[in-house]
Design a protein. Sequence first.
Length: 231
Amino acid sequence: MTAKATVIPMPPQILLPVEGEEALFPVRRVYCVGRNYAAHAVEMGHDPAREKPFFFQKNPDNLLPPGLGMPYPPLTEDLHHEVEAVVALRAGGADIPLEEALNCVYGYAVGIDFTRRDLQAEAKQEGKPWAAAKAFEGSAPISAIVPAARIGHPEHGAIWLKVNDRKKQQGDMNQMIWKVPEIIAELSKLFVLAPGDVIMTGTPSGVGPVQRGDHVDCGIDGIATLSVTIV
Ligand code: MN
């Protein structure tokens, strides 16, 4: 049987580098968790009480592999950085039990959930979706994925971000309101998860604006670091 012809060229499969491997990680979907660190919920004007986690999405081709400049997006004057731990899945399913959730994880990375904060504020005010604020070109710079087979499943580790060498965000993965297994279990109640899904797990406090030409460094101790220039 020959492969089906396509009426337009086949769009590229998004592939991410994996630390220490020649083989790449193919991305299926990108989920993001909102307000998952109490101090960040407070700085955004919300009560950090442990409400149900909520989710939004970016597109697989919004992921910006390491080494590329991040294009400053149009129609914003308030582009904000949000450094986040990223989870890459090797398995999925629906209604994944909490105690099986970590078996679904292939590895971890550090990423930035760049946000057009002015468009997000407008959307919140008008009860509109966040897509324009979150899911734009190059909006999610991400490090190589580090296999859990090498580093295990980190529950703590400093998570930090600097702009032009000035520390802006500083937290610890252990401050996450919803931990990685809980995020996977909750997400799998809403969606059928699958290999290739990537989850951005929320940002600690200290989010703020970047400008063209800024150099952003971030990392999670024990996982990875990432550098990106805004172009
Ligand atoms: Mn975020």
